[in-house]
Design a protein around this ligand. Structure first.
Ligand code: FAD
Ligand code: NAI
Length: 464
């Protein structure tokens, strides 16, 4: 029988919660983690990062074979076919292996998995399926869910959210994506590559809010070139579903004439909101802010001593690696140690082709704080990108004009998601652009573009 008294109970087994639980157990705390899903790993492993990347990978392979990219290298096929069911099965296999892996890690580290939904019954106690559990400390890692669009009902058949869009059994003829953010562009890319016509309706005048201005402009160019129809500065005023088809009414964001688009699938991807409903936070004395998030101090403790919160349920970017790092740091605090997360250096990556990545301040944000120097280098001038025929994009380094310290790095490149790690590490070590410029980079690699962009900060790149 499960013991009901713990040092730490973590609510939610996503990247924030499961990582926190494992770290706490490693540090000697008697730990349990409550999760209501059938499998561990949260949004990320079950219906987020992992399945989306499996579909992005599969659809990229198909497009390379189908569109003639491989033919340019002399690899040709008589007939390229896409078996959506096989792709979905392979995705499910990857998800199963990874969620099963967390279950193994829980057993290995002696973390008890309490199955069911948790609600607070007091500051040191929760209730799950009628059983009461108490702990010296409780960590809230309940994550986030899709923000609904008022008046638009998600039926997961014709009108889907990201979870539905990850599980479509066939390629839609016309997919309308509401929201030109990360989910819209990643999942829009998957289905466009497989043959769908994709229209993105975005309220703002550019895609990818929060990213650097040059990156956002480049995104619009690249996605248009790939065949996306972009309706920027446009709002959706209604979606009507009839006979398996959706009629989507749109009008200019500033107001104006209404237009109606028809589609056989509509993806609503207008953001996510923190999961706090049904937790009975009031019983523990925990409050939420105006955006529904749980605010925490530097030690990830809420205003109630002994109650911690990490990940999407707290302010900051809704990213798996942010949640993980917070989980580790918070667990270390719970164990009496000091944990650190540098929230100024959290990379963000959009895993389309090319990838879009950024870390630190955008050029616009940096300019608001003082004088900056900017170095840019096009992937077109990078030898490895040339050999691989993937020359879309650029690297941009934003540095402080006086100290030369790197304030931000923004990359559009096929390998931007991998390249950004070097930039993040350099920034974590307080690097100047000169430090990057004088670091020997292997040739020929896409990463050399970062070295050249750093050289461009002081006006001396070699290859342009
Ligand atoms: P979650 O992963 O949401 O986990 C919270 C868990 O808590 C859930 O499993 C939920 O069932 C459980 N829970 C909630 N309430 C209770 C309760 N009362 N009792 C018990 N259990 C409860 N991020 C990236 O960094 N990279 C990506 O490539 C990426 N791709 C994404 C793609 C998609 C389609 C989506 C939707 C998201 C993606 N994200 C990505 C975001 C990422 O998934 C989240 O930032 C991350 O999962 C947040 O982790 P978390 O631990 O805070 O919460
Ligand atoms: P998002 O915030 O990235 O994008 C939502 C977009 O919808 C914005 O551009 C916004 O202006 C637009 N929008 C809002 N209301 C609208 C309306 N009524 N009509 C038209 N457009 C509207 O949110 P998204 O894409 O839903 O992703 C949610 C979260 O999941 C993000 O915070 C992201 O961090 C995370 N995520 C991360 C990924 C990654 O790291 N690669 C991949 C997928 C999701």
């Amino acid at each position: 029988m499960t013991d009901t008294n713990y040092d730490l109970i973590v609510i939610g087994a996503g990247p924030g919660g499961y990582v926190a639980a494992i770290r706490a157990a490693q540090l000697g705390l008697k730990t349990a983690c409550v999760e209501s899903r059938e499998t561990l790993g949260g949004t990320c492993l079950n219906v987020g990062c992992i399945p989306s990347k499996a579909l992005l990978h599969a659809s990229e392979l198909y497009e390379e074979a189908h569109s003639g990219t491989l033919a340019k290298f002399g690899i040709s096929f008589k007939d390229v076919k896409m078996d959506v069911a096989a792709m979905q099965a392979e995705k499910a296999k990857a998800v199963g292996e990874l969620t099963g892996g967390i279950e193994f890690l829980f057993k290995k580290n002696k973390v008890d998995w309490i199955k069911g939904r948790a609600r607070f019954s007091g500051p040191n106690s929760i209730d799950v399926n009628g059983t009461s559990y108490s702990a010296k400390k409780i960590m809230i890692a309940t994550g986030s869910s899709v923000t609904p669009l008022p008046g638009v009902e998600i039926d997961q058949q014709v009108v889907v959210d990201s979870t539905g869009a990850l599980a479509l059994p066939k390629v839609p003829k016309h997919l309308i994506v509401i929201g030109g953010g990360v989910i819209g562009l990643e999942l829009g890319s998957v289905w466009r590559r497989l043959g769908a016509e994709v229209t993105v309706v975005e309220y703002l005048d550019q895609l990818l809010p929060g990213m650097d201005g040059d990156v956002r402009k480049e995104a619009a160019k690249i996605f248009k070139k790939q065949g996306f129809t972009l309706k920027l500065s446009t709002k959706v005023t209604g979606v009507v579903v009839k006979g398996g088809k959706a009629r989507v009414s749109i009008e200019p964001a500033a107001g104006g004439a209404t237009e109606t688009l028809e589609a056989d699938c509509v993806l609503v991807a207008i953001g996510r909101r923190p999961n706090t409903e049904g937790l009975d936070l009031a019983k523990a004395g925990v409050e939420t802010n105006a955006r529904g998030q749980i605010e925490v101090g530097h030690d990830f403790q809420t205003k109630v001593p002994g109650i911690y919160a990490v990940g999407d349920v707290t302010p900051g970017p809704m990213l798996a690696h942010k949640a993980e790092d917070e989980g580790i740091a918070a667990a270390e605090f719970c164990a009496g140690q000091v944990g650190i997360v540098n929230h100024d250096v959290i990379p963000g990556v959009v895993y389309t082709m090319p990838e879009f990545a950024g870390v630190g301040l955008t050029e616009e944000q940096a300019k608001e704080r003082g004088d900056v120097k900017v170095g840019k280098f096009p992937m077109m001038a990078n030898s490895r990108a040339k050999t691989n025929r993937d020359t879309d994009g650029f690297v941009k380094v934003v540095a402080d004009a006086k100290t030369d310290r790197v304030l931000g790095v923004h990359i559009v490149a096929s390998l931007a998601g991998t390249m950004i790690a070097q930039a993040a590490q350099a920034m974590e070590f307080g690097a100047t652009s000169e430090d990057i410029a004088y670091t020997c980079h292997a040739h020929p690699t896409h990463a050399e573009a970062l070295k050249e962009a750093a050289m461009a900060v002081t006006g001396k790149p070699i290859h342009i």
